[in-house]
Design a protein around this ligand. Structure first.
Ligand code: AMP
Length: 519
């Protein structure tokens, strides 16, 4: 019998869970850790280490250790997000053949799904070691704001890891499943998810077993990492001021200070004031070693990071207005993500929504638990499963003349959904129609994400307007876009071709598949 788990494939940490005999179970590694750093470290030759050991390598060999690869997954190399990310990483970022952002380690170029596959395999092994049985299927979660390419790339990662991906679900939806499990009450909830790399907020309506996401909003570049980089930079400025040195372009120094900032943040969750110390932070060319030492209290920390927390609240308001709701009409606020352990975040959320957030499920595990519940629903033989209705986070549109976008499927439409549009030839003897499909909220095509170009070719030469092709765009339950063309007259249904889609080809995915899957 196949075993299906739920995997929260997080930017900084991942977690794996399952429903066993009606109870949810979060798997721990041999040392009792219930979450694992999503870090992949490459050693000499073919050795690859994932999890806590890889996290430790981050400081010593940052150029061969990949963290936060979720920030690259499904993104184009030339996107502004990748440009921003490059400034923060010590490992190389290269352009793939199809324009996707890839990782370069020790001269070897690897796709983001390949790196994520290492994390997925690691999580799968933790579950297998604990169960003593093979795990073959999983429900995997992604931020609600992930677009088609990012969802597809996550699926590719599962394939490479030899996992059958039953369903991709949104992280806030999973959290709501974990909370709403067997509650059966009608309520509106806001899921505030501040993790290591991304911020998402979703407004959900739960009615009996029906979970409906009515609006989502988010910022893919706002998370705990940003707090740590910001505070690490404050430490750097203090260090430079104290020593008169100029070390801001030293990556190792920055990483050590970023690490110190994270430790300080976690310690400040439980203490009013903490001491920060980094031994041998910097060694000068003359061989002199410099330590770093300072004190931070909650008040000072708040003065640094409050603008970041305020940004999350602005995003909350956007989601509320998209759902035609106010903070008062929200019944519960659920907290997800490691950063929501920080008291300042909890206080700010409580003040903003005018109610104390619900924290009864561990914010690090809640998403994996929800994914496990959905995995159990999808594989259940009895029909007690919760129905999950989700929405598309971004509008799907086609480019029209003048570089504008015509929306076909508006954001926040319930999925699965489809829409179709008829395209005509614009001039005589036109043998090809190109349709550029975009995802995003702008009226201007160039401000949105190009999903792909669909080309209908080999059209018979006829006067303009005589060929009418109906193209149907479908967004499936995973949030992945499919396109089909239908034309009764010329039978074009099979001649649709997809171009300009960044990511891995089917052959590439197959050849990247790990060959050690049967163990
Ligand atoms: P996640 O992506 O949900 O695993 O969240 C990871 C983020 O949560 C990282 O930025 C961590 O530094 C942060 N984090 C974990 N525990 C705490 C804590 N007790 N206080 C503040 N931040 C934390």
């Amino acid at each position: 019998m196949s075993i299906a788990v739920g995997i929260d494939l997080g930017t900084s940490n991942s977690c794996v869970a399952m429903v066993k005999d009606g109870e949810t179970l979060v798997f721990a590694d041999s040392e009792g850790r219930r979450t694992q750093p999503s870090v992949v470290a490459f050693g000499y030759g073919s050795s690859v280490v994932v999890g806590p050991r890889a996290r430790r390598q981050l400081v010593h060999a940052p150029e061969s250790t990949v963290s936060s690869v979720k920030r690259l997954i499904g993104r184009r190399y030339d996107s502004p997000e990748v440009e921003r990310f490059k400034a923060q990483t010590a490992y190389g970022i290269a352009e793939g053949d199809t324009g996707d952002a890839r990782v370069r380690i020790q001269g070897k170029v690897m796709s983001a799904p390949e790196i994520s596959a290492h994390v997925l395999r690691h999580m799968r092994r933790i579950a297998e070691e604990s169960l003593g049985e093979q795990v073959t299927q999983a429900v995997i979660t992604v931020p609600a704001y992930f677009n088609d390419a990012q969802r597809q790339a996550t699926r590719d990662a599962a394939t490479i890891a030899g996992i059958e991906c039953l369903r991709i679900i949104n992280e806030p939806t999973a959290a709501a499943l974990a909370y709403g499990f067997r509650q059966g009450k009608r309520q509106h909830i806001a899921v505030y998810d501040l993790g290591g790399g991304t911020f998402d907020v979703s407004i959900l309506r739960i009615d009996d077993d029906l979970f409906e996401v009515i609006a989502t909003s988010g910022d893919t570049f706002l998370g705990g990492d940003d707090f740590d980089y910001l505070v690490g930079d404050r430490f750097l400025a203090a260090f430079e001021k104290e020593t008169g040195l100029s070390v801001s372009d030293n990556r190792t120094v920055r990483l050590k200070l970023r690490d110190a900032a994270e430790r300080a943040k976690i310690a400040l969750s439980n203490a009013e004031e903490v001491e920060v110390g980094v031994q041998a932070l910097y060694r000068s060319p003359q061989g002199r070693e410099y330590d770093f030492r300072t004190k931070v209290d909650r008040y000072l920390y708040a003065s640094w990071v409050m603008p970041l927390i305020d940004r999350t609240l602005t995003v909350c308001n956007e989601a509320l207005s998209a759902a035609s709701m106010t903070t008062r009409t929200v019944d519960h606020v659920l907290l997800v993500g490691g950063m929501t352990r920080y008291p300042l975040v909890r206080e700010a959320v409580a003040r903003h929504f005018g109610k104390a957030p619900n924290t009864s499920v561990n914010p690090d595990e809640v998403v994996a638990i929800g994914a496990a519940i959905q995995a159990s629903n999808l594989t259940a033989t009895s029909v007690s499963a919760s129905v999950l209705l989700d929405v598309t986070p971004q509008s799907l549109s086609v480019r029209t003349i003048g570089g504008y976008c015509e929306v076909l499927i508006p954001r926040n439409s319930a999925i699965p959904t489809e829409a179709s549009r008829v395209f005509n030839t614009a001039w005589d003897d036109q043998t090809e129609v190109r349709v550029a499909v975009y995802q995003g909220g702008s009226r201007l095509a160039e401000e949105n994400e190009l999903l792909g170009q669909f080309v209908l070719d080999n059209l018979p030469p006829l006067p303009r307007g005589q060929i009418r092709v109906r193209i149907t765009f479908e967004i499936d339950a995973d949030g992945i876009v499919h396109v089909r063309a239908v034309d009764d007259k010329v039978g074009l249904a099979r001649s649709i071709r997809i171009e300009a889609r960044a990511g891995m080809s089917q052959e590439e995915i197959e050849s990247a598949r790990f060959d050690d899957l049967n163990f």
